[in-house]
Design a protein. Structure first.
Length: 261
């Protein structure tokens, strides 16, 4: 009669047979069908696809993200992605929806509406910085998902609470998105250039400014205004210039709002 099936240290029974052949007991282990079983892949979802797309953008840049490269990243075929995301344009929508959903939107305060709009724009720039490639995804896009619409809703509500006309507030949503997105995209170009240079050969921005100033000052009478104010042309860092743009945009919105009623 066969011996009882033993349980190994892992707790699973092994299929085993034994019999008596004269004075010798023969024991043979039979395949259980479990040892070679491959663990199933994690279920493909929109969230997993967006996670992978954002990681791929960060690592390899926006232009290297395609449905095919994303499928390789997820160890699946493009057809599997299309069951969840229609195309690259929709993928961009999902990425911006994810990032916009992270934006902190305050309750409108009529006494602080200008500063609140600036805070929103600073927050969006910071999110673009934290998620490289996302600013490029936002270029030329009309947000149609909840995250982007939530951001537009918050911005319009703040502007209107401050006395801005609805038409001016609506158009300012486009203007502010274009400004922040362009700044973030330009920063990403500089970052890509810096990352492509050899170690120890990073761009020296102070040296670049000095070179530009020297060049302009050497133009003589051809560009007298630029020569006279060459120092002002090269003054300030990226954040200084971004804040200047915020002041111009918000002050301009307050000044021209009534023309667009």
């Amino acid at each position: 009669m066969p011996d009882p099936i033993p349980f190994p240290p892992g707790g699973r029974p092994q299929r085993e047979r034994s019999w008596q052949a004269g004075p010798v007991r023969v024991r043979v282990a039979l395949p259980s069908g479990r040892a070679d079983r491959v663990e199933p892949k994690a279920r493909l979802t929109v969230d997993r696809i967006v996670d992978a797309a954002m990681e791929l953008m960060k690592r390899e840049g926006y232009d290297n993200v395609s449905m095919r490269s994303l499928a390789r990243e997820l160890d699946t075929g493009p057809a599997s992605l299309y069951a969840h995301v229609a195309n690259k344009d929709e993928l961009d929508q999902y990425v911006i929806d994810r990032i916009s959903g992270m934006l902190e939107i305050p309750d409108p305060d009529p006494d602080r509406w200008q500063e609140q709009l600036k805070e929103l724009m600073r927050g969006m720039l910071q999110l673009f910085r934290e998620h490289p490639g996302s600013a490029r995804a936002a270029m030329g896009m009309i947000p149609t998902m909840e995250g982007g619409l939530r951001a537009a809703e918050g911005m319009m509500a703040i502007a209107i609470a401050g006395g801005v006309t609805p038409q001016a507030a609506a158009w300012f949503c486009d203007l502010s998105a274009a400004y922040v997105g362009a700044i973030a995209y330009e920063e990403s170009i500089w970052t890509a250039r810096e990352n492509s240079t050899a170690a120890g050969e990073q761009p020296d921005h102070a040296a670049i400014d000095e070179q530009l100033r020297t060049f302009v000052e050497g133009m003589g009478d051809r560009f007298p205004v630029l020569v006279r104010f060459a120092t002002e042309l090269t003054a300030g860092g990226g954040d200084d210039r971004f804040e200047f743009g915020l002041d111009v945009l918000i002050s301009g919105l307050a000044a021209v709002s009534k023309r667009y009623s």
